[in-house]
Ligand binder design. Structure first.
Ligand code: UT7
Length: 332
């Protein structure tokens, strides 16, 4: 039997209309456009407003646009992997709700949580379903409503994050296009530096957890930065080496968008020119599980069959990784 690779065959994305700019944040906390821009590269981010709205409100339009583009019906989807740290509710899963809302009646699905590396881990998981030969249409969704878990009176975190969702469809490919390799890592020794402590089994929601702001994202920025800037570059270099590639062979770096300085350091270590790096952090901020698929969505019209893409991420846990994939289709 011919070796099957899992190839991305369609991309869809969605960001809310409402913009939260650096200038608006200047009026909310003690910060400045200059500080945010030079330290992170972010100029604005999108925010999902409205009572009762959750991440699936963004995932549904993202997936519907993908299905339309690919020309398939929702009931053809067999697996839904929803990578998120902000499911609409704790139980049932965002994947289950999404399947219901889009009419994916023949799918099974689950949520996957690996903080900002979730999308890479999800793509790799999705690829296994395809490579096994048992499934032919796997949807990998990445989305987060970060505004739901950000403390907008805390300047060290509220300037960083935004809301968004995007998805790709994975299908079998026999021509050697698709996901070639992945290097994925976890080091729980870093878990204290980036976390949400409240609402889990250790600290169930209570008056105390609310009073102590334990349901918000907590990050020790510098500690995370120190690891992110070296680890993301390490795995990106490793994946090049073990696939016999140099920076010259890479068409695009698709990095998690947490900080432009981390992205620049990774690109530099890989020997990549800046024009080979997908960067949209200035428009969306850090959308956690949506950063990588939103990049693919923004750049889809420029991607050509055979392009070599390196995806890379670093996030809470710590989790991190890189992935090498050969793009499978020309712009439509
Ligand atoms: O996506 C998941 C993984 N996350 C990451 O990869 C994020 C990694 N970390 C970072 O990107 C950076 O550490 C941050 C952007 C979060 C912070 O940048 P930094 O250069 O590490 O700043 P810092 O935390 O060392 O703070 C420097 C100064 C401090 O003031 P003092 O102590 O020097 O007086 C902060 O209080 O900047 C201050 N500061 C701010 N000033 C204006 C912190 N936040 C702000 C702010 N506006 N929003």
């Amino acid at each position: 039997m011919k070796h099957l690779r899992a190839a991305i065959t369609a991309v869809g994305g969605f960001v809310p209309d409402e913009v939260l700019s650096n200038e608006m944040l200047e009026r909310m906390v003690d910060t400045s456009d200059e500080w945010i821009t030079t330290r992170t590269g972010i100029k604005e981010r999108r925010i999902l407003r409205g009572d009762g709205k959750g991440v699936t409100n963004m995932a549904v339009p993202a997936v519907q646009s993908l299905l339309k583009k690919r020309g398939i019906a929702a009931d053809e989807i067999e697996v839904i992997i929803f990578c998120t740290i902000t499911p609409d509710i704790q139980v049932a899963s965002a994947a289950a709700k999404l399947a219901d809302l889009i009419g994916a009646k023949n799918a099974f699905g689950f949520d996957l949580q690996a903080a900002c590396s979730g999308y890479l881990f999800g793509l790799n998981t999705g690829a296994q379903f395809i490579e096994s030969g048992r499934y032919k249409k796997v949807l990998v969704v990445g989305g987060d409503k970060m505004s739901a878990i950000v403390n907008y009176s805390e300047r060290t975190t509220c300037v960083l994050f935004g809301d968004g969702a995007a998805a790709v469809l994975l299908e079998p490919n026999e021509e050697d296009f698709g996901i070639v390799d992945a290097v994925l890592k976890v080091d729980g020794g870093g878990r204290e530096h980036l976390r949400i402590s409240g609402g889990g089994s250790m600290w169930p929601a209570s008056k105390e957890t609310v009073d102590r702001s334990m349901h918000y994202v907590f990050q020790e920025g510098q500690a995370v930065f120190k690891f992110a800037v070296t680890r993301m570059a390490d795995v990106s270099e490793e994946i090049l080496k073990r696939n016999g590639l140099t920076g010259e062979d890479v068409t695009w770096l698709v990095p998690h968008q947490a900080n432009k300085r981390i992205i620049d350091a990774t690109a530099h270590r890989m020997g990549l020119a800046p024009e080979k790096v997908m960067i949209n952090i200035h428009r969306y901020g850090n959308t956690t599980n949506a950063t990588i698929p939103l990049c693919l969505w923004d750049w889809e019209s420029q991607l050509k069959k055979g392009d070599n893409l390196i995806l890379a991420a670093f996030g809470g846990g710590f989790t991190w990784g890189s992935m090498y994939l050969k793009w499978a289709y020309d712009p439509v």
